[in-house]
Design a protein around this ligand. Structure first.
Ligand code: SDX
Length: 383
């Protein structure tokens, strides 16, 4: 009897030097550095540099990356026109997927046959930086167009996180909010062979191009079992309303065998290593905006669900209410995840392209036994 590993659960399929997720020690290392240390001390730009290049940048290298990032912040007019073709009531992840696909098609136009698709590591690093740089404009433009607001031009005097908030809300964010947002981007940036990253690696393993890999990853991340969960957490908070409604709501939800979004994880089984850092950021936002009601609901639902099911929050649980307090629309949450994870995805695509090894697992057939069509005479039959 074949030992089928459904969902590839627990299956180690390859090496990676990008990050290490260790459920035994409940830890996450980005190129060897604990994510908690990076989130507490680094700008997201420096962590992006680390994930792409394997080392933290020197001051000169960081300044160079920042200058490049600033030069690609403006949403190109043709990409904006492409986004405008997406219905306003389409999901913003479809908007992001379309924009990235358009950017890729235009960048690769005239680049020859599919044999040249994968490009060099240097070309792909430059493509990665461009996507990293323009995604804030794509996400900010999407939210503002849905709100009927005009786009806001980027500001060169602001770093990545502050400029992202500026382009989204049209006002300079408080340093408390900028710091919480910066931490969230670092925590969301990378997480080894999660479903969307592995999707990107499968696409890259055929020597297709980086843009195709990223567009596929966006499709995988949209699902509520993966990236879509941070949006789903807010839908749950809206359903519950207030802490005093948690118990009856949870009784009903568990009776209906609903998945409680923001809880559980395929790899971490005693809690997600990133949650304490993101919860601390949420706590600062609760104090900044004076919203103890949000914290009461958050903590009541967590303690009730953990005590009943022994299933712990994942990163999406604190991130949802945090992004809500920052002012992001709920539908914008998963596009924010894309803006962060673009770094991890592209680091893995570059690593996979360097491995030059096709990913193609096996399957166990459980369909009908071999059978034949009545009266069929094979072409090569001897009559
Ligand atoms: C992310 O892989 C990554 O690293 C992903 C990610 C990243 O950074 O890339 O960390 C980001 O995707 C985090 C996960 C976000 N998704 C959600 O919050 C959706 C809700 N969570 C569940 O769907 C679930 O926990 C998964 C999908 C995340 C993990 O599921 P597993 O490992 O496949 O475990 P399972 O679904 O087989 O659950 C085991 C049991 C089941 O009960 P039984 O059927 O055995 O009785 O636990 C139950 C499940 O029903 N369970 C839950 C639950 N999570 C697991 N029951 C209710 N609510 C939940 N959230």
């Amino acid at each position: 009897m074949t030992d089928i590993k459904k969902g590839l659960a627990g299956v180690v399929v390859d090496y990676t030097a990008v990050s290490k997720v260790n459920p035994e020690t409940n830890s996450l290392l980005y190129r060897g550095y604990p994510v908690q240390e990076l989130a507490a001390t680094q700008p997201f730009e420096a962590v992006a540099y680390l994930l792409w290049n394997g080392e933290l940048p020197t001051e000169v290298e960081l300044a160079r990356l920042r200058a490049t990032e600033r030069s690609y912040r403006v949403l190109p007019a043709d990409v904006r026109a492409g986004i405008d073709l997406v219905p306003l009531d389409a999901h913003p992840m479809d908007e992001v997927r379309t924009a990235l696909s358009l950017i890729g098609a235009r960048d690769l136009a005239g680049s020859g046959s599919v044999l040249d698709a994968s490009g060099s590591a240097a070309e792909n690093l430059s493509r990665s930086i461009r996507l990293f740089s323009v995604l804030p404009a794509i996400v900010a433009y999407g939210q503002r167009r849905r709100r009927g607001q005009q786009p806001v031009a980027p500001r060169d005097d602001l770093d990545y996180a502050a400029n992202f908030l500026w382009m989204t809300f049209g006002e300079e964010a408080d340093p408390v909010v900028v710091d919480a947002f910066n931490r969230s981007m670092i925590l969301y940036a990378e997480h080894s062979f999660n479903a969307s990253t592995f999707t990107a690696r499968v696409i890259a393993s055929t020597l297709s191009d980086l843009y195709s890999a990223v567009v596929g990853a966006v499709g995988a991340l949209k699902g509520p079992l993966h990236g879509g969960a941070n949006e789903a957490v807010l839908h749950i908070f809206d359903e519950i309303g207030a802490a005093e409604n948690v118990v009856p709501w949870l009784d009903a939800a568990l009776a209906e065998k609903r998945k409680i979004m923001g809880f559980g994880h395929r790899v971490y089984k005693r809690g997600d290593s990133r949650v304490p850092t993101m919860k601390a950021a949420l706590d600062t936002l609760v104090a900044h905006y004076d919203r103890p009601d949000v914290l009461a609901l958050y903590e009541t639902l967590e303690s009730e669900f953990v005590s009943r099911k022994g299933i712990y929050p994942n990163l999406d649980y604190p991130s949802g209410p945090a992004y809500n307090l920052m002012g992001f629309d709920t539908l914008t949450f998963t596009p924010l995840f894309v803006a962060a994870r673009i770094v991890g995805w592209t680091a893995h695509v570059i690593e996979q392209l360097g491995a030059n090894a096709l990913i193609r697992p096996l399957s166990e057939y459980n369909g009908p036994d071999e059978r034949h069509i009545e009266g069929y005479v094979p072409d090569d039959a001897v009559l």
